[in-house]
Ligand binder design. Sequence first.
Ligand code: CP
Ligand code: NVA
Length: 308
Amino acid sequence: DGKQVPKDFLHINDFDKDTIMKILNRAIEVKAMIKSGDRSFQPFKGKSMAMVFAKPSMRTRVSFETGFFLLGGHAVYLGPDDIQMGKREETRDVARVLSGYNDIIMARVFAHQDILDLAKYAPVPVINGLTDYNHPCQIMADALTMIEHIGRIENTKVVYVGDGNNIVHSWLLLAAVIPFHFVCACPKGFEPDAKTVEIARSAGSKIEITNDPKEAVKGADVVYTDVWASMGQKEEAEYRKQVFQGFMVDEALMEMAGPKAFLMHCLPAERGVEVTDGAIEAPNSIVFPQAENRMHAQNAIMLHVLGA
Ligand code: CP
Ligand code: NVA
């Protein structure tokens, strides 16, 4: 639709629907190959990736490193104490130096501006591995998981219960590309960014922001939740536990959602806080296939940005 083709993967709505679906179909294809034990597809042979983490991670770190390796490449992990982007060295310097050694940069940062700066100054593709604003790789994995379990994204009802955070923003940016019904049930004062809500609405998706999780979940295809205090907000955790009373996803809420509802969570989960142990361990919980799909979705994202 006339959008400029970006070298980076920073926001889902930087791409048109065709491209997003192509990436997801590629993920299905390469996943089948990897799961079959076939290791003959080595498109990243001789390539290296720098992975910059300003925050902790299990899924993002391991899925990117293992995924890049399985397709022939070598990934370098740089933890919060290594680069100290913006502290020890300016982001624009980090961008150009890492681009001299690597074919691709993946980064997890605090301020969204940091990933924009990194992408602006790096001649190589930059992949967003989560910022305070969004988490596009997570939602690509979630979309892949929905295709596998529900058969589609379009015309589904996804109900997110909890904090209107980076995960919600990425759901909204997916809704700006593929039309579906997205509901965010959050306490007053914890709504997602209004501009991002508007981007999704003006693209034609039905978006509802509500404070009533019980009403919201009715008829959902997916009930989704995430921690109430994100990385960088952990000192607010106790206060948030008070404010978020009534927003825990438990078996009773899943019952209200109805028989077709799957439970999804990007993980890490705090059982007994935003979600119960029983809800996570229930048969309709797909959180572990969802986590595994991080790797497969990202492999396809890396193939896309590297033109491989
Ligand atoms: N879901 C997710 O991004 O997990 P990590 O923080 O462990 O990478
Ligand atoms: N909203 C969470 C997601 C973790 C994957 C955070 O930013 O900490």
